[in-house]
Design a protein around this ligand. Structure first.
Ligand SMILES: [Zn+2]
Length: 251
């Protein structure tokens, strides 16, 4: 521009911020499953994300799909596309909610249970675990969820690490023991050391501990493990919210 009898050249620089500042030093652990699609442990609080909305969708589309006479028809393809879109939307919403909740709580590292250890047993044979159901059917969700979570977390300066889930559902997160003194009944994990926990919360806490230097401490207050919060997918709003806030509306 020309001002005060001299020409000035103005440069505008756009700087891309590659490294977002980490929200804090906190560590969260995520256990992935079928009933609760994701269970997050923050070390003093646990949050469940039931997969009910996704499951209802799967039933709906499987039924509609069966009603079409020709599986190669335009209608069948339309249904497949719609189902995939809805799955994708659900997983995006889930990963976004978890990252946002982690950010609020000062979490800088998220540990996700890697299902590699569950897909295969000690001999390397694929097997079905009761808790995880049929992984052929659900493997897509876990893999897609983990990659969505990783890039959303990175944008917020949170790192995501995966650790083997091996033994995390069997081990007591309070005393660290994994023998015949523990049992899982109706979703509750009960150990002779006194721990009574939501089974998925206990698993998520064990996953969280995988990156922590300190061994479990029996004296720690772990009452929160028995009372996880629940965040439900609100179909009308298309987002997750605390269970109390989700109004059940007929579809
Ligand atoms: Zn124990």
């Amino acid at each position: 521009m020309y001002e005060h009898d001299i020409w000035r050249l103005h440069f505008v620089c756009r700087v891309t911020i590659n490294e977002a500042e980490s929200p804090g030093d906190g560590v969260a652990g995520i256990d992935l499953g079928i009933c609760n699609l994701a269970t997050v442990s923050y070390g003093d609080e646990s949050v469940l994300y039931p997969g009910g909305a996704l499951k209802e969708d799967e039933y709906y589309f499987a039924k509609k799909r069966a009603e079409t006479d020709d599986s190669a028809s335009h209608e069948a393809r339309r249904l497949d596309t719609k189902r995939t879109d809805r799955r994708t939307h659900f997983l995006h919403t889930l990963s976004k909610d978890i990252v946002s909740e982690c950010s609020k709580r000062g979490v800088g590292t998220i540990v996700v249970g890697d299902l590699g250890g569950i897909r295969e047993d000690e001999n390397g044979d694929a097997r079905n675990w009761g808790k995880h159901g049929n992984l052929d059917l659900h493997g897509w969700a876990f893999d897609r969820f983990t990659s969505m979570l990783a890039y959303k977390a990175e944008e917020r300066g949170i790192s995501v690490v995966t650790k083997s889930e091996r033994n995390t559902s069997k081990t007591c997160s309070a005393c660290g023991q994994s023998d015949d003194r523990q049992r899982v009944q109706r979703g509750l994990y009960v150990c002779e050391c006194g721990l009574v926990a939501n089974a998925d919360s206990n698993g998520a806490e064990n996953i969280r501990r995988k990156v922590l230097p300190n061994p479990p401490n029996e004296d720690r207050d772990n009452g929160w493990l028995a009372q996880p919060a629940v965040r439900l997918f609100d179909c009308s709003e298309g987002r997750f919210a605390p269970r109390e806030q989700v109004v059940n509306r007929e579809p």
